[in-house]
Design a protein around this ligand. Structure first.
Ligand SMILES: Nc1ncnc2c1ncn2[C@@H]1O[C@H](COP(=O)(O)OP(=O)(O)OP(=O)(O)O)[C@@H](O)[C@H]1O
Ligand SMILES: [Mg+2]
Length: 261
């Protein structure tokens, strides 16, 4: 039975999408069957997977959410799951922002995404969900569907601000909707180990959460290779297999897998 892990943060631009994409391919390289779900109306993850004309995708996660809200039957998985170089994915589009507005008006709407993903769990080892940078109804839906959450933190961006709010939301969701929700750990991204700020903030995060929340040993270094690889719609394992960032994501995949044993 697969595990649903969401990559979340209340902040924007902290490498949620980059990490979802690269972790998906690194887990696949370890022999795992992976589904990546783009759950952000910006559809950045869909772009990473090489989708050029997002408006032309017939069934996105937004369509599926809308069908769930209307209590309609979902189409066959083959109609909405795409595949690229060994990783399956469900694309997103701007349609998801319409869903977000609708969710706010629906009763008991927190488990709509769970209803879509749970039947898919038996086909995959991991379902990774990329989320949008807010604590709105979409992120609540994602947290309600998840077994685990990886919180991405960029030490450059006043990392501690907002992290407590995110954790408070996780706690509420665990208490009220999804008792199985587990914080897998905090992933430090875009770390430039040479800068003092990075060191200071990394220490601050470690001290604050020591003994409570795991800080992944894998820290993702800052590198231009990430932007380049996205431009070419290739994961780091293909575009820059010898880069430090690729090694860090490969280690992260091993840390995630080690949790199961
Ligand atoms: N390790 C890295 N080194 C350098 N640049 C990076 C790294 N990781 C991500 N980036 C860049 O930082 C920017 C933000 O990354 P990304 O889109 O993954 O963040 P996000 O948290 O998903 O953002 P949003 O909140 O808007 O969804 C992108 O331009 C990406 O290419
Ligand atoms: Mg993103």
């Amino acid at each position: 039975m697969g595990k649903i892990i969401i990559l979340g943060s209340e902040k924007g631009g902290v490498a949620k999408t980059t990490s979802t994409y690269n972790l998906a391919y690194c887990l696949a390289k370890e022999g795992k069957k992976v589904l990546a779900v783009d759950f952000d109306s910006q559809a950045n993850l869909s772009t990473c997977f090489g989708i050029e004309d997002i408006g032309a995708v017939p069934v996105t996660i937004g369509h599926l959410m809308m069908q769930r809200i209307e209590d309609e039957e979902l189409p066959d998985a083959a109609e909405y799951i795409q595949s690229r170089n060994g990783v399956d994915f469900i694309p997103s589009s701007i349609m998801l922002s319409v869903v977000e507005a609708k969710l706010r008006l629906e009763m008991g709407a927190e488990r709509m995404l769970a209803g879509i993903l749970e039947p898919l769990k038996e086909r995959y080892d991991y379902i990774l969900v990329d989320t949008c940078p807010s604590l709105g109804s979409l992120t609540i839906n994602a947290l309600s569907a998840a077994d685990g959450v990886i919180i991405t933190v960029n030490p450059q961006l006043l990392a501690m601000m907002g992290l407590q709010d995110f954790l408070k939301t996780v706690k509420k969701i665990r208490g009220r909707i999804n008792p199985g929700l587990h914080v897998e750990g905090i992933l430090l991204t875009m770390c430039d180990a040479r800068t003092n700020l990075c060191k200071v903030i990394t220490e601050q995060v470690s001290e604050t959460f020591q003994g409570q929340i795991r800080i992944f040993g894998s820290r993702i270094p800052s590198t231009v290779k990430v932007g380049e690889s996205v431009y070419y719609s290739q994961p780091l394992v293909e575009y820059a297999p010898d880069s430090g960032a690729c090694a860090a994501y490969q280690n992260l995949a091993k840390e995630v897998i080690a949790d199961e044993s």
